[in-house]
Design a protein around this ligand. Structure first.
Ligand code: PEP
Ligand code: MG
Length: 910
């Protein structure tokens, strides 16, 4: 067997890897190799594969035996290419050691820069660079980074000060300096010493002078950081499997802080917030990479680079074009200029907002770079959510601005509008939002530690950092509203308040602020929000499509999605206005009308309670006669709106006790209304009490015990259908029986259904095209689908109940333990959100196969909440369902997800 190769070299004109090897080399390593193949200037280095990470964790934190010699050989190659020697006292090679997983995990893992420096090599660096201050500045940065990342000398709580920052601040204070740049070489030497002393004092470990020891320490720390808390959390919220592991990239250092002819920057080949086709980036002269990303200094716009170094600027423009043409996508790049020479340090497909995703995809089709199919696949269905998100009510906002409520303006880093209470740290953001409050997380700058808080917050506001700072990148990825780099804010964590430059306003923890992530405005107080452009055009009809460019892009994507998808898209709606919304969003029919929701409407709950409290059939029928005309009106409204589209109406489903009050005062009202004594009402309520209502007297069981309920509902459906049909509309009722596990239950209900339907049609002398079917939502129903499909003309998977009954998990009670299951990796996702394909899916696939055996061409759909969740929609396509049904606002997401499914899997409906 060939020996496994663990190390891949890149440098000069040669690279052992390429962009297709992301799984093995991680995104960063694979793309560095690819840039070498494209002839771009990349400092030499090597990638230690993700397999080593997996090996490391599977073998008690040990490396494969051949790794050491492979690393040695690779270092030799780098030395040769860079004409320098690792550990040399005259011409030292210095290295960076960085993580690089298959999927980008910005800032979640560790990095060590300037590795190889020690008390001897620093002198050589000083001599060779002709800049002693630079050499010692690099050295003090390295010692601090190494101390933090490898030797674990870091703040332990959110209130602790970084020990190295603390020493630096002390030094600056004692010397009366304001800026780091004022530190002299002598100061830096002293800092290196005090950093090393602090390491020894607090960790008991000596800072290693041996470069090889440094290298192995850093490699171990980077592999170790794959399993740090924030990386684990990030993987969980982004669905990245822990088995993937990270690669480690060891690369020769190039310096952006060698003087004013050096610099470093990050850029997007197009605007990541709006998608506009402009080169969008930021840089800092005389700085190292982390200065830009960490947001500690506010950088300059990329066009400014023209003034500093026109040659490098033009070279970057050329690289931008070549990278886009090669990758046929928008890229995010990192570069460094060392003494007038440009080096590429990273390129990867750039994260973008939903709006930018759509704009870039559409523009790239127009530019001939990609096809509409590719464009569709590049837009994450869930991202459409961002397009449907509210914006501030313009008038209210203008009023607030007129009244001097504008506090400051920062960068428009994450579009959308958010209002909430101010919190100053991630923990508080999580705690306050858990109470149901909306919060805005306000930080001087964010760091990876803050991601739980960012996730919990409505919006994020930072005082420092640019469009590519941590806050901006992560917020956009999460789809959060974000205003970054708002330099006018003076944030005081200790006193939990911020003040604003040139004003005496003090904003304290718990005060309301509003941030506009599209304009960068920070406004005092709570502001109302307003629907998005798409919603205004489609739902509110307050904006013309021709005046709404964002809507037009949305419409283009939907048009392509509809062209490719095979699944039908229906909606779950119980009211005419919901039906209208769903149609506007592209629904082709109703997949579920929950009739019980109607009983809470105007005037209906009284007769409903009368029916429930009735002592005999006669009493029930009397009450049902009162409900009949009201139900008829409900159904008429729906049929009217759903002209020419199928409407699945489900017979009453939930347990009856849901319709009666439980507190004393409510019971008194019922007793009064119905003319019973309170004790009779109480007795009846006790009779209705169930230990497990979800498994109790509900679903078709109600219509079996009280057939008169089914009779009334069917009569209401057909009377309504005939009236609407007579008014010139086309109606296609599909009457659906819930919770069937035994075909005899269905037969019993279907007999009533056909009988009453026929009766009404005869009375009205009008025929209606209709179907009868059932939900498959208990395991026995799925198992016996062949028998059921002999009676049912259609079946719809009720995956809410099917999940509950298959997993034995209560829908109503799982909130207290399911999150722990997801957190502890027992479950990947909440099974009530995404279909459990292994368990619930097993039953679904069995049911599909057997139902089709019994009735060729039987219409099969899904109407559980999963019908609007992309991975579940994809699954429904794969197992050959005819349609998915979801809530109106998820219809666009389902359309796009269905197109993705069709483009990814040819199979679909058989
Ligand atoms: C289901 O169980 O999936 C379903 C759609 O019905 P309900 O949620 O009303 O029980
Ligand atoms: Mg159900």
């Amino acid at each position: 067997m060939a020996k496994t190769k663990y190390v891949y070299y890149f440098g000069g004109k040669k690279a052992e890897g390429d962009a297709k090897m992301k799984n093995l080399l991680g995104g960063k390593g694979a793309n560095l190799a690819e840039m070498i193949h494209l002839g771009m200037p990349v400092p030499a280095g090597f990638t230690i594969t993700t397999e080593v990470c997996t090996y490391y964790y599977d073998n008690g934190l040990k490396y494969p035996s051949s790794l050491e010699s492979e690393v040695k050989k690779a270092v030799e190659k780098v030395e040769k290419e860079m004409k320098a020697e690792f550990g040399s006292m005259t011409n030292p090679l210095l290295l960076s050691v960085r993580s690089g997983a298959r999927a980008s995990m910005p800032g979640m893992m560790d990095t060590v820069l300037n590795l190889g420096l020690n008390d001897k090599t620093v002198k050589a660096l000083a001599k060779n660079s002709g800049n002693e201050r630079f050499a010692w500045d690099s050295y003090r940065r390295f010692v601090a980074m190494y101390g933090d990342v490898v030797l674990d000398l870091k703040p332990k709580t959110k209130d602790d000060i970084d020990p190295f920052e603390h020493l630096l601040d002390e030094m600056k204070e004692s010397k009366g300096y304001k800026l780091d740049t004022e530190l002299t070489t002598a100061d830096l030497k002293e800092l290196v010493k005090s950093f090393k002393d602090a390491i020894k004092k607090h960790t008991g470990k000596k800072f290693p002078e041996d470069p090889w020891e440094q290298l192995w320490g850093a490699i171990g720390a980077v592999f170790g950081s794959w399993n740090n808390e924030r990386a684990i959390y990030y993987r969980r919220i982004n669905g990245i499997p822990s088995e993937w592991g990270t690669a480690v990239n060891v690369q020769s250092m190039v310096y952006g802080n060698m003087g004013e002819d050096s610099g470093t920057g990050v850029a997007f080949t197009r605007d990541a917030a709006t998608g506009e086709n402009i080169f969008y980036g930021e840089f800092l002269m005389n700085a190292q990479g982390e200065d830009v990303v960490a947001g500690t200094r506010t950088p300059q716009q990329i066009e400014e680079l023209k003034k500093n170094d026109i040659k490098c600027y033009n070279e970057l423009l050329d690289i931008r074009e070549r990278l886009e043409a090669h990758y046929r996508d928008m890229l995010d790049i990192e570069f460094t200029i060392q003494r007038g020479k440009l080096y590429m340090l990273q390129c990867r497909v750039g994260k973008r907002t939903a709006m930018a995703s759509i704009k870039i995809a559409i523009d790239m089709v127009k530019e001939g770079l990609i096809t509409p199919k590719e464009a569709i696949l590049r837009i994450d269905p869930e991202q459409l959510n961002q397009l449907l998100r509210p914006v501030f009510d313009l008038k209210e906002k203008q009023n607030a601005l007129k009244n001097g409520k504008l506090l400051a303006k920062g960068l428009n880093a994450g579009p959308g509008a958010a209002s909430g209470k101010v919190v100053f740290n991630a923990e508080d953001a999580v705690a306050v939002s858990a109470k149901g409050e909306q919060v805005i997380l306000v930080r001087i700058e964010t760091s990876p530690e803050d991601i739980t808080g960012m996730n919990a917050a409505e919006g994020i506001l930072t005082a420092r950092g640019g469009m590519t700072s941590h806050a901006a990148l992560v917020a956009r990825q999460m789809g959060k509203v974000c205003v970054a780099g708002c330099g006018a804010l003076n944030i005081n964590y200790r006193d939990r308040k911020f003040t604003v430059e040139k004003s005496d306003i003090v904003v304290r923890e718990g005060d309301y602020i509003s941030i506009d992530g599209s304009t960068g405005e920070v406004i005092l107080g709570e502001l109302q929000t307003k629907p998005s452009e798409v919603v205004e055009v489609l739902i509110d009809k307050t904006l013309k499509a021709s005046d709404a460019p964002n809507y037009q892009m949305f419409a283009q994507v939907m048009e392509w999605a509809d062209k490719y998808r095979k699944l039908g898209i229906r909606t779950n709606a119980d009211q005419p206005d919901q039906c209208e919304n769903a149609i506007a969003f592209g629904a082709e029919g109703i997949g579920l009308t929950r009739t019980e929701h109607m009983f809470f409407g105007e005037g209906k709950i009284g007769p409903m309670r009368e029916m429930i409290f009735a002592f005999d059939e006669e009493g029930r029928k009397k009450a049902l006669a009162k409900i009949l005309p009201l139900q008829r009106i409900d159904f008429k409204g729906i049929f009217h709106v759903m002209d020419n589209k199928p409407v699945t109406i489900r017979l009453i489903d939930p347990p009856l006790h849901e319709f009666v009050p439980h507190e004393e005062s409510g019971l008194e009202v019922v007793a009064n209304d119905l003319g019973y004594s309170l004790s009779i009402v109480k007795d009846r309520v006790n009779q209705l009490h169930e230990f497990n209502p979800m498994l109790g007297f509900r679903g078709c069981r109600l219509g079996i015990v009280y057939p008169e309920i089914t009779e009334m509902q069917v009569r209401a459906i057909f009377e309504a259908a005939i009236e609407v049909q007579k008014a010139g509309k086309k109606v296609f009722p599909e009457v659906m029986v819930p919770l069937v596990g035994n075909v005899k239950e269905l037969e019993f209900q279907v007999e009533i259904l056909h009988r009453v339907a026929k009766q009404v049609m005869k009375e009205k002398k009008t025929e209606v095209n209709y179907m009868v079917g059932t939900m498959i939502e208990v395991p026995r129903g799925a198992i016996t689908a062949e028998k059921i499909a002999k009676v049912a003309e259609f079946c719809s998977f009720g995956t809410n109940d099917l999940t509950q009954t298959t997993l034995g998990l209560s829908r109503d009670d799982s909130g207290s333990f399911l999150p722990a299951y997801v957190q502890k990796n027992i479950l990947d996702k909440d099974p009530f959100q995404a279909i459990d394909q292994e368990g619930v899916g097993f039953l679904m696939e069995h049911a599909v196969k057997h139902a089709r055996k019994a009735r060729k061409g039987i219409k099969l759909g899904i109407c559980g909440e999963h019908g609007g969740e992309p991975s579940s929609v994809e699954y429904c396509h794969k197992i050959g369902l005819d349609y998915v049904s979801c809530s109106p606002y998820r219809v666009p997401i389902a359309r796009l997800a269905a197109a993705h499914a069709a483009l990814k899997h040819k199979k679909g409906k058989k």
